[in-house]
Design a protein around this ligand. Sequence first.
Ligand code: HEM
Length: 190
Amino acid sequence: MTNEIIEQIPECVRFNDEDAQALLRNKDVLLALEDGLVEGFYNAVYSYSVTRAVFTDDERAAREQTLREWYRRTLNGPFDDAYWKWQTFVGLVHIKRKVNNAMVSGMWGWILTYLSENALEHLDKTEAKAVIKALHGLQAAVMALISESYLRNMFIAVDKASGIKEALLMRLVNIEIDGMLEDARSDSAL
Ligand code: HEM
């Protein structure tokens, strides 16, 4: 499923070997940003009531450690099947804990801004541009895996529990969407 999802991303913009090399080549500079990344990330999610509510009271140190390990594993490579499969697994772990795609996507935005600003400050322009492109490609691939695998697993679960196949479910959903589109088109606010 992992490869199938990644292959939906146009090849010319998909995270590739060149991107992997850009991250690996600059990993010393990027790894030096780990403390700031982890602190800033968790300050953000702990200072907002909706994301704060995800965590139990004694969890912060353990969560910071998992983010550190994710960051180190990412920057040390390799970006192989095991890595992409792990990102899909992390997505499922989040869903179990009611961490939704809005939260993850928002925090990816924060990570990209933090690392991009620092790349521009600490690297020469060419390397900074390569690192920023690689980070955006990585984020796109990970978010694609998380969101698409969730949807596909949901189709499998619905089929298992009710016998309703993906094709039938999609037909039903499309009928409802047609109605929603009609309502939206007649909504003067749009
Ligand atoms: C770029 C975004 C994120 C990354 C890279 C990330 C990374 C990770 C990783 C690697 C794990 C460990 C999974 C495992 O192997 O068991 C994890 C667990 C967890 N993350 Fe995230 N995370 C992100 C966003 C978030 C956000 C936005 C929240 C909450 C608002 C969150 C809350 C949690 C929680 C509660 C767990 C523990 C799950 C459990 O084991 O019970 N994460 N995350």
